[in-house]
Design a protein around this ligand. Structure first.
Ligand SMILES: [Zn+2]
Length: 293
């Protein structure tokens, strides 16, 4: 996919997997098939896979090159990770590092990895397998995480509990970068540099954040998992099975959808299929997502 710019920031999307993921009724507990029927034309074959009926998803990293730093927003799925409950991504072997290299980023070039939240599909490439040990993939990077988010998963990890991909990811993709001293736990309104800051967006996870960027007259918001799929613009109240607090997630999502529709903000969500970036528009009493062509 071609790069885009936000003022002096250069942005690349590096995709690890794009294609069918879960069926909408598996993903959204409040799913109503009538919403798909009524909006079939807008959804088309690009947003819902006609063969399987599953939601088309993208798992990608945004590479943001500012005048000062090379930054990754989220780090996808990762290779070799044990994810038995997600067979599609269990012991994955992807070309992620070669695809990063193709946009001019070697592991040692990365200054920061900023995590919107600590779910397994956002932290995978924080680490890689080296002689049976998980080591930081980006040897010089600081890994920026909201403290509220880290504390939540650390607490969950200490309690005996279900074997979930999030729990596994905390162990194989988060704790190793903490042990090397490369993690930096921050407030959920943290600003990294001029024109790049977190905004708290709790609900999907307790310390979930969106990332704001502003350079010159240009601005854009990296929405993370506030929205997972363009289908949610027809029903912004739909939270996902993966939201830790569905009611709070609903409140955060409806607030941000309304705000960014009003402002016409340029948005870069974490899972929308290509071309991914776009804007929310009001449409027939609800909203819809207009991709940038
Ligand atoms: Zn996600």
């Amino acid at each position: 996919m071609p790069a885009t710019r936000i003022g002096s920031f250069e942005v690349h999307k590096v995709t690890e997997y794009e294609g069918p993921f879960l069926a909408p009724h598996e993903f959204f507990p409040d799913f109503d098939p009538e919403v798909v029927r009524a909006n079939a034309e807008h959804l088309g074959p690009r947003l819902i896979d006609p063969a399987s009926g599953r939601l088309m998803f993208s798992f990608h990293t945004f590479v943001v090159k500012t005048p000062h730093h090379t930054i990754l927003f989220d780090s996808c799925l990762g290779n070799d990770k044990e994810r038995p409950s997600r067979p599609q991504f269990h012991r994955l072997r992807s070309n992620y590092l070669a695809d990063l290299a193709a946009v001019g980023v070697r592991p040692e070039d990365v200054d920061f990895v900023m995590c919107t939240h600590l779910h397994w599909d956002h932290v995978g490439w924080n680490t890689r397998l080296d002689n049976g040990r998980w080591v930081p993939t980006f040897p010089k990077a600081r890994y920026i995480m909201a403290k509220r988010e880290y504390d939540h998963w650390q607490g969950a990890f200490k309690e005996p509990g279900e074997d979930t991909p999030h729990r596994r990811a905390f162990e194989d993709s988060v704790l190793p970068v903490v042990r090397t001293g490369q993690s930096q736990l921050v407030g959920d309104d943290f600003a990294l540099e001029d024109g790049l800051w977190f905004e708290a967006a709790p609900g999907h996870t307790p310390g979930n954040v969106v990332i704001h960027t502003r350079s010159g007259d240009a601005n854009a918001v990296f929405l993370g998992d506030v929205l997972h799929h363009p289908l949610q613009l027809f029903k912004p109240e739909w939270s996902t099975f993966a939201c830790s607090d569905r009611e709070l997630s609903r409140r955060t999502r409806t607030r941000l959808v309304e705000e960014h529709a009003e402002r016409g903000t340029r948005l870069l969500p974490a899972h929308f299929p290509s071309p991914t970036w776009g804007r929310i528009r009001r449409h027939n009493g609800a909203y819809r997502y207009d991709f940038e062509a």
